[in-house]
Write a protein that binds this ligand. Sequence first.
Ligand code: SF4
Ligand code: SF4
Length: 139
Amino acid sequence: MGVISLCWIKPFPPTPVASVHESTPPAFCPIYECHLHDNIELLPYSEVVGVEGKGGDFNVSVVRKPRFVDPKRCTLCDACVKVCPVEVEREFGGGLENRKAIYLPYPQAIPHSLVIDPKTCTRCGECVKVCSPGQSIST
Ligand code: SF4
Ligand code: SF4
């Protein structure tokens, strides 16, 4: 059986899906079920830049966007989030919630790791100074 790839362009799935994903326990969450499925590959924060071929035999080119935080090293200690001076409106907080420039895209994020928003990050370096495992962050 082939592998199906699901790709979304932002660090979080399209907003309606993300809202369901955020408020649903992992056991009932469709995105999390996809994550556990052997034949489904999730490509968050990625963009399809080219498709070649024909039905049943496609070659798809995908660019993975830089997260600036290494999911394998980040322990989710939150120290960087606390010191980040940049605060912007959170994407699905209904205008009532803010997030930092370095943030967990949503509570059940896949991969379960932070990401830096390059559009709002000022490159102040405060997050790098407090990152205890070191080298988790590269801005
Ligand atoms: S470098 Fe960017 S993400 Fe890190 S603390 Fe400064 S503004 Fe926040
Ligand atoms: S300080 Fe480093 S290890 Fe802690 S949450 Fe931030 S990136 Fe992850």
